[in-house]
Design a binder for this molecule. Structure first.
Ligand SMILES: Cc1ncc(COP(=O)(O)O)c(C=O)c1O
Length: 410
């Protein structure tokens, strides 16, 4: 879709699920009837007030929405430039933005008569949110998680088990999110009758990228209203971290047509965006291809084989990105940058020390970019960053990276 015929960035995707050259529906014949049924149900739900009444009730009374928009005063003073606001989605029940979307998908699954929910998870936050909502509604829950992530996100694995979910460690590839999603898709193809696949990010075949975005857009809708109430105007810059891209799309989407609002997505730069591909910056260091049912930017070799990628953060450790981000990148509506592990760790520590908030490693990447640009901006420049998860799950990873022994002291 050339830029001159885009009349609204909020119009996508087209009827085939494409955002410009990206997205679509690359799935096997077996899945097609299911995907079409899901699309029909979602299209119906979108305009059904009773669906949104149920969502709003649960968002308010179960999740604890709206999440606050918090002026990070000490961080602002420390950096000495732009005024920094944090959208506190880490305060949601289960500790991240993932539950915003899970509620929507599970309400749909119940309407479709599905009794078994499957999910993939990286950092474990989507798995925990899915296990939580399944427990609430008495549904069977199976979560696929890469074996490497099972190890580095152990607290979340235990939480999922406490909540009654079965956690299946996936040992193929590097044992991260990509591999978990492969196995979840395999499960879905073999259990089409009773199973609903609850995808945790704005990836997968149409209608998932648009549907997950729509459920996460509550973040941006609230941020808009809260910023108007606090400052009487829209923010100048939005910043969010990107794994598959759902918290970022959730924040960005309601602002896409506000051309004066600068939009920045932060990918995982790992050990640096280099030829060794020790990063997960799909837009910064990848090129278009097809993975997990959609066309998007991917880390791949010259033969189109998907590369494993790397990040200290399990939630950002994905060699692809949601197709809408690829489109926003190519149309230049949004900018995408990469932040390394080391930079994210510094931001993690600064947020703990200055704001009394232990952030997840994922939004620590976004914060590291805030730290880069805020000092150069004037004091009346408003930054809104999505603090999309809390860091309890990451303390062991951070301790290891900082060479701190967490074993018993005596
Ligand atoms: C706290 C947190 N933030 C961000 C992400 C990345 O996902 P997305 O890009 O879909 O928001 C994850 C994924 O697990 C997460 O747990």
């Amino acid at each position: 879709m050339p830029e001159d015929i885009i009349n609204s960035f909020m119009n996508g995707p087209d009827e085939k699920g494409r955002f410009g050259d990206f997205g679509g529906r690359f799935v096997s014949e077996t899945l097609m009837p299911l995907i079409l049924e899901l699309e029909e149900q979602y299209e119906h739900a979108k305009t059904d007030q009773s669906f949104w009444d149920e969502m709003n009730d649960l968002w308010t009374n179960y999740v604890g929405r709206p999440s606050p928009l918090y002026y990070a005063e000490r961080l602002t003073k420390h950096l000495g430039g732009a005024k920094i606001y944090l959208k506190r989605d880490e305060l949601n029940h289960t500790g991240a933005h993932k539950i915003n979307n899970v509620l929507g998908q599970i309400i749909l699954a119940r309407r479709m008569g599905k009794t078994r929910i499957i999910a993939e998870t990286g950092a474990g936050q989507h798995g925990v949110a899915t296990a939580t909502v399944c427990a609430k509604f008495g549904l069977k829950c199976v979560v696929y998680m890469g074996a490497h992530d099972v190890e580095r996100q152990a607290p979340n694995v235990f939480r999922m088990k406490l909540l009654g979910a079965e956690v299946v460690p996936v040992t193929s590839g590097r044992g991260t999110l990509k591999d978990a999603m492969n196995d979840a898709l395999r499960d879905w193809v073999t259990n089409v009758r009773d199973t609903f696949y609850c995808i945790g990010t704005v990836a997968g075949p149409h209608p998932y990228p648009a549907m997950v975005r729509d459920f996460q857009a509550i973040i941006g809708k609230e941020a808009r209203e809260q910023m108007m109430a606090a400052e009487g105007r829209l923010p100048d810059t939005l910043i969010a971290a990107i794994g598959g891209g759902s918290n970022a799309m959730g924040l960005f989407y309601p602002f896409l047509d506000d051309k004066d609002v600068r939009i920045i997505g932060v990918e995982a730069g790992g050990k640096g965006v280099n030829a060794k591909m020790e990063h997960c910056a799909s837009l910064t260091g990848g090129r278009p291809g097809v993975l997990h049912g959609n066309r998007t930017y991917l880390l791949q070799d010259d033969d189109g084989q998907i590369l494993e990628g790397y990040s200290i953060s399990a939630g950002l450790d994905y060699p692809g990105i949601g197709p809408e981000h690829s489109w926003l990148h190519d149309t230049k509506r949004a900018e995408y940058v990469a932040i390394t592990d080391v930079e994210a760790l510094k931001a993690f520590q600064l947020c703990c020390e200055l704001e009394g908030i232990i952030p997840a490693l994922e939004p620590s990447h976004a914060l590291a970019h805030v730290m880069k640009i805020a000092p150069e901006l004037p004091a009346d420049h408003l930054i809104c960053m999505n603090l999309c998860g809390r860091g309890d799950k990451d303390i062991f990873t951070v301790a290891k990276a900082l060479d701190v022994n967490m074993g018993p002291s005596d």
